[in-house]
Ligand binder design. Structure first.
Ligand code: 5AD
Ligand code: FES
Length: 359
C-alpha cells in the first residue's frame, strides 16, 4: 500500500505502523506533514512548558543505558534540598511556566517519600496552587503513588523503555529491581489512581526492530495514556550498552526514526501530550523544533541549578547544560515563534485526551 493510502486510514494496524516507520525522504515528509496537520487541527499551535527540576542523581537501579546508574562510580552524587526545589518551582512560576516536572534517580525509602510529600505541599502553596506538578520518580508502591497524588501531584511519567519483555531485559539487569512486570503494574496503578499518566520509550536501542517499535505505539494506545515521551537512545561511555554503540542506527537515522514515531503516534492518539525530549536536541541542534513539527506539543526546559546539571548526565553531551533558566526562557520563545508555534504561559497545559476522558 502506498504511504498516502495508509495515511488516509482511520485506524492504523500493526503492518500500517511498520510501513509508516520505514518511510524515507518524500514519503516520510508526507507522514510528518500529516501529523502536523492533525496536531494543529486538534490542539492548535500551542506548546506547553514543564520546568524540569532534576532533584537527585542518586539511584538504586542500574539500567544498562543510564549514565547515573548506581554502578557508575564516575558520578558525583547530589540531592537538592527541599528549599532548593521550592526555589526552582518559584522561578518556574515567575517565568510563567504553568507547570513543573520533578525528576530523580529512583529511591523509595521513607525519608525520600516524606521529603517529596513535603515538597509537594509547599509547591502547592505557591500562588494558591497555580503550578501544575508532574512527578518522574520511578517505581513506587501504590500507596506512595496515592500519597503523592493526594499531596498535589497530578501527572506522573514512567517510561516503559520498551514494551517488549525480551528487549527490556537486554537493556536492564535481570533482577528484582528491574522487573518488567513490576513496571507494567506501576503504570496500571498510576492510571487507576487518576494521574495523567505518561510513558515512553527510547528509539534506536540495540536489538530494537521496527516491529518492536510498532508494538510500543500500540501499547500506548491500548493503555490509553495521556502523555508520551520518546527520544533517541544516546550511548553513554560509562554504561554497559556502550559496547553496542557501533551496532545502532546512525545519529541521523535515530533522529528520523524518533520523528516518525512521534508522527505516527500523533495520528493514532491525536489529543495526547507528547514531549519534544531534550535528547532530540542533544543529537541535533534543531531536534526539538523538528519534534514539534512532527507532532510533539510539550517542552521541558531545565530549571535545575546550574552547578548540579553536569552531574545529571543520563546520556553524554546533554543540551542546554550551561544555559541559565532565564536564557532558556527567551531562547525557547523565539525558537517556537520561528516555527509558527506559540508557548502557552501560565497554564497547566493538561492533556486534552485526558480531560475529555475524565469529564
Ligand atoms: N539515551 C537516551 N535516553 C536515555 N534515558 C536514559 N538513558 C538514556 C540514554 N542513554 C531516558 C530514559 C529515561 C529518561 C529519564 O531518560 O528513557 O526514562
Ligand atoms: Fe536509575 Fe535506571 S539507572 S532508574
Amino acid at each position: 500500500m502506498r504511504t498516502q493510502e495508509i495515511l488516509n486510514k482511520e485506524y492504523l494496524e500493526k503492518n500500517d505502523i511498520v510501513a509508516l516507520l520505514s518511510t524515507q525522504e518524500d514519503e516520510m515528509k508526507l507522514l510528518i506533514n500529516k501529523a502536523l496537520k492533525v496536531k494543529l487541527a486538534r490542539l492548535d499551535n500551542y506548546v506547553h512548558l514543564r520546568g524540569l527540576i532534576e532533584l537527585s542523581n542518586i539511584c538504586r537501579k542500574s539500567c544498562l543505558y543510564c549514565g547515573v546508574r548506581s554502578d557508575n562510580p564516575n558520578v558525583e552524587r547530589y540531592t537538592l534540598s527541599e528549599d532548593e526545589v521550592v526555589e526552582c518551582a518559584r522561578l518556574a512560576h515567575q517565568l510563567g511556566y504553568g507547570s513543573v516536572a520533578i525528576q530523580s534517580g529512583e529511591r523509595s525509602d521513607k525519608e525520600f517519600v516524606d521529603k517529596i510529600t513535603r515538597i509537594l505541599h509547599r509547591i502547592k502553596q505557591i500562588d494558591n496552587g497555580s503550578l501544575g506538578i508532574t512527578l518522574s520518580l520511578g517505581e513506587q508502591s501504590e500507596e506512595v503513588y496515592r500519597r503523592w497524588f493526594e499531596a498535589g501531584a497530578h501527572r506522573y511519567l514512567l517510561r516503559i523503555e520498551s514494551s517488549n519483555e525480551e528487549l527490556y531485559y537486554k537493556i536492564h539487569p535481570q533482577n528484582e529491581r528491574h522487573d518488567f512486570h513490576k513496571r507494567l503494574d506501576c503504570i496500571d496503578a498510576l492510571l487507576s489512581i487518576g494521574y495523567q499518566t505518561g510513558t515512553g520509550v527510547m528509539v534506536g536501542l540495540p536489538f530494537q526492530t521496527l516491529e518492536i517499535l510498532a508494538d510500543d505505539l500500540i501499547f500506548f494506545r491500548e493503555k490509553d495514556v495521556a502523555m508520551v515521551g520518546m527520544g533517541p537512545f544516546i550511548p553513554h561511555p560509562d554504561t554497559p550498552l556502550y559496547a553496542y554503540a557501533d551496532q545502532i542506527p546512525s545519529v541521523k537515522e535515530r533522529m528520523n526514526l524518533t520523528l516518525k514515531m512521534i508522527a505516527v503516534l500523533r495520528l493514532m492518539m491525536p489529543e495526547i501530550n507528547m514531549v519534544a525530549a531534550t535528547a532530540n536536541q542533544t543529537i541535533d541542534p534543531m531536534g526539538r523544533e523538528k519534534a514539534i513539527m512532527a507532532g510533539a506539543n510539550v517542552i521541558m526546559p531545565n530549571l535545575t541549578p546550574n552547578k548540579y546539571r553536569e552531574d545529571y548526565l543520563i546520556y553524554p553531551d546533554k543540551a542546554c547544560v550551561s544555559d541559565k533558566p532565564e536564557e532558556c526562557f527567551s531562547c525557547l520563545d523565539i525558537r517556537m515563534k520561528a516555527i509558527g508555534h506559540e508557548i502557552l504561559y501560565n497554564a497547566w497545559g493538561d492533556s486534552v485526551a485526558f480531560t475529555k476522558k475524565t469529564k
